[in-house]
Design a binder for this molecule. Sequence first.
Ligand code: MLT
Length: 243
Amino acid sequence: MQLAYFHVAADAPEKPMPDAAVVIDVLRATTTIAWALHNGAEAVQTFADLDDLRSSASKWNPSKRLLIGERGGQKLKGFDLGNSPVAVVPELVKGKRLFMSTTNGTKSLQRVREAPMLLTLSLPNRSAIAKRLLREKPTNIWILGSGWEGSYSLEDSLAAGALAAFLLNEANGLVSLVNDEITAAFSLWNQWKHDPEACLREATHGKRLVGIGDHDADFKCCADLDSLSVVPSQKEPGILVPS
Ligand code: MLT
C-alpha cells in the first residue's frame, strides 16, 4: 500500500483516481460525520454547494432529515445544527439523513467522490480506518486534508500522520510513504502523539474556533484517539454510511 498525503484538495492530481481516498477534516467535519453515523444517522449526504444541498433536502421527508453545517465555523442560517461533533446526539440524529455542507471538508469529499473506495478519517476513528485499509489492501491510497480555504492544516496533517503510524506499526512491510507530505505528517504525529488536543488548540483553525464561541468540548471530542469503531464509507456519490 502506497500512502500519499495532500494538504488540500487542490494539491491532489486531477487523474487518475487512487484505489482509495481517505478524507480528513479533524476540526470538525469528519469528526462530526463519525459521531453522527456512530449515533445512528441513516446517512450523511455531503454538498460543496448550498443550493444543491437545499434542493436535495427539500425532496426528503422533513421528519427524517437534518440540515447541518457551517461557513467560517458559524452555523448556517436556517440549518438545524452547525458542525459540532458533540451536537449530533442520538436523540436528534437517529434514523435521519444529515444534509451537510462545511467550509472546506465537503469540498475535499467532492474532489475524490469518483474514487472506488472513499472513507472519512478523524482521530476518534483512526484505528478503524487503518484496520479497514489493512483488510482491503488498496494499492494507491490518497489521504486528503481539508485545510482552511486552500491553506495548510496542522490538525489534518496530525491525523494523516496518526494513520501512517498505525499502518507502519501493524504492517511495516506492506506500507510505503510515497511523498514528503506524508513523511512530514508522520514526524508531526511523533511530535504531538502524547497530547493531540494540545496540537488541535495550537492550530490556527483551533484558535479561530476559540475566537468565535465556546467550542471547548469540541477539542476533547476531536482529539479522542481511537474511541470510535465506525468506518464512514461512500456508498453513492456524496452519500456516507457506516460500513
Ligand atoms: C471545515 O470544513 O473547514 C470545518 O469543518 C469548519 C468547522 O466546522 O470548524
